[in-house]
Design a protein around this ligand. Structure first.
Ligand SMILES: Nc1ncnc2c1ncn2[C@@H]1O[C@H](COP(=O)(O)OP(=O)(O)OP(=O)(O)O)[C@@H](O)[C@H]1O
Ligand SMILES: [Mg+2]
Length: 234
């Protein structure tokens, strides 16, 4: 990494907090004062025990949920100033998601699932199909384009979800346990794909339980009871 070049923050949170069901018996303090600064071209891993707040943070970074306290700037834009429509546009243009669980639509082919984020109006059908085929090929699934999710293995479904997240070439890729359902060889291929994205100046943030996976990232953060700390690298 060239430290002489100041890299712009794509993700910057200050004192970010999240409380679910505040003021009720079901209240859960899921995030506490998270300060996070991630630059363009960073490949970051977030680790931590189950229930520690990793997906909660991912949902906030991905503008799928709003914080209870603190601030978040996505690519320099304070998201608290945006209305629902502007947030949706920000998500569409800036962020690709790979969810924990794949969130594929069961009645659509792999190809149509991948093409979905392109929208119907914005890109002509031929172009959508071409881009979706290319994205599927990049995760090694060109031959499975016509299959339904139920006709694919868990690892293949995961790769379809990754292809879908990449179809718009989003500057930020968020992936919650992207290699969790994969055998180690396929996992390595996905990690290689993430590194290529990083090298092409995308920002990649993955959540993982696996230290072997996290090791591939440039920076590793640990979430414990809603508090985030960066690990020193050896
Ligand atoms: N929608 C919700 N309503 C209420 N509580 C929630 C909600 N989502 C998560 N929580 C709680 O917030 C805490 C953090 O959950 P989160 O899903 O962020 O954990 P995680 O680190 O992603 O865990 P895992 O590794 O199991 O996926 C947990 O105690 C969880 O029960
Ligand atoms: Mg989670």
């Amino acid at each position: 990494m060239n430290l002489a070049v100041a890299k712009a923050a794509v993700i910057e949170t200050r004192g970010l907090g999240k409380v679910y069901s505040p003021g009720t018996q079901a209240e859960v303090v899921a995030l506490k004062g998270v300060d996070l600064r991630i630059a363009r071209g960073d490949f970051v891993a977030i680790m931590g025990p189950s229930g520690s707040g990793k997906s909660t943070l991912m949902n906030l970074i991905g503008c799928l949920d709003t914080a209870s306290s603190g601030s978040y700037a996505c690519d320099g834009v304070d998201v608290s100033t945006l209305d629902a429509e502007q947030l949706a546009a920000l998500r569409r243009d800036k962020i690709g998601f790979v969810f924990q669980g794949f969130n594929l639509l069961p009645r659509m082919s792999a190809l149509d699932n991948v093409a979905m984020p392109l929208g119907y109006a914005r890109v002509p059908v031929q172009e959508r199909q071409r881009m979706a085929r290319e994205a599927l090929a990049s995760v090694g699934l060109a031959e499975r384009a016509g299959h339904l999710p139920s006709e694919l293995s868990g690892g293949q479904q995961q790769r379809v979800a990754i292809a879908r997240a990449l179809i718009n070439q989003p500057p930020i890729l968020l992936a919650d346990e992207p290699t969790g359902a994969l055998d180690s060889r396929t996992g390595e291929e996905i990690l290689a794909l993430f590194k290529r994205l990083r090298d092409a100046d995308h920002t990649v943030i993955i959540i993982t339980h696996d230290p072997e996976v996290a090791r591939h990232a440039d920076r590793i953060f640990m979430m414990l009871d809603g508090e985030l700390q960066e690990q020193a690298r050896a």
